[in-house]
Ligand binder design. Structure first.
Ligand code: HPA
Length: 272
């Protein structure tokens, strides 16, 4: 199977539908799908129409590529993502990100919902991801390396771009949106963590925990894109309070900060 040929086929198909050449890519996490409504002159392409894209299987994740203009900039938005816990091959999870790169995108902003581990974090906070810990037990670059995509052993010492991250932080501050920064631990899921696992994650330096983002960031960096990430802290991680974890709490918190989050994304896209 020639993955690169599949990527080219998907990219050519998308280009044939678009009126613009997107420069910034955005991946929308749980509860953030409405950002796609803020895209002007938009063209929406369902994933199932794009060659070699898989079907999205999670409730609350739409599964569309939406391209158009945000804050005067041409963007492509992935509304809905693939998760490892759905049983996808990790290489299929990153396929859309790789296609974005072939469309000409050089800045990728990844968003997600995450549990807060850092004692200074509370549900509703936003956290710029300044580094990650891959605990998924897999890597999207495993297997043969195609040099057209990137090097066999890509450097990950600055995986999240400091210039993009600083722009997010200063923009949030100028809008009086409280913003933290920290390390995101990506686990495979789908069960939430145990309190003992959260204590371990805290010990190894994680500030937030979730079940996405890490594969996409690695693949984007592999292809030479500048990557930034923002977690919406939707809940205290397991064992931090007595309250059991519930997906409903995750979606409700994401929903409650949606407006601020969307205004922040709209603003930062204009200055990337
Ligand atoms: N753990 C893992 N993934 C998550 C969490 C969590 O606490 N909250 C939202 N996604």
């Amino acid at each position: 199977m020639d993955v690169y040929a599949n990527m080219e086929e998907a990219a050519e198909f998308i280009k044939s539908r678009l009126k613009i050449t997107p420069l910034t890519g955005i991946i929308l996490g749980s509860g953030l799908g409405d950002f796609a409504d803020c895209v002007d002159d938009s063209v929406t392409i369902p994933y199932e129409e794009i060659p070699h894209f898989k079907k999205v299987r999670v409730k609350g994740h739409a599964g569309n590529l939406v391209a158009g203009i945000v804050s005067g900039k041409p963007v492509a938005v992935l509304q809905g993502r693939y998760h490892f816990y759905e049983g996808h091959d990790i290489r299929d999870i990153v396929f859309p990100v790789r296609v974005l790169c072939l469309l000409g995108i050089n800045n990728l902003l990844i968003t997600n919902a995450a549990g807060g581990i850092n004692a200074a974090f509370a549900p509703g906070d936003l956290m710029v991801i300044n580094d990650h810990i891959n605990l998924m037990g897999e890597n999207p670059l495993s297997g043969d390396n195609d040099e057209r995509m990137g090097p066999r052993f890509p450097d990950m010492s600055t995986i999240y771009d400091s210039v993009m991250s600083e722009k997010i932080i200063s923009t949030a501050r100028s809008m009086s949106i409280s913003i933290k920064s920290g390390v995101y631990a990506g686990l495979r899921g789908p069960s939430y963590e145990t309190p003992a696992e959260i204590r371990m994650l805290k010990t190894i330096g994680a500030d937030s925990v979730g079940m996405s983002t890490v594969p996409e960031s690695i693949a984007a960096k592999h292809m030479g894109m500048d990557v930034a990430g923002i977690s919406c802290i939707t809940n205290f991680a397991a064992g931090i309070t007595d309250q059991p974890l519930d997906h409903k709490e995750v979606t409700e918190t994401a929903d409650s900060v949606k407006e601020d989050f969307i205004s922040l994304l709209t603003r930062v896209v204009g200055i990337f």
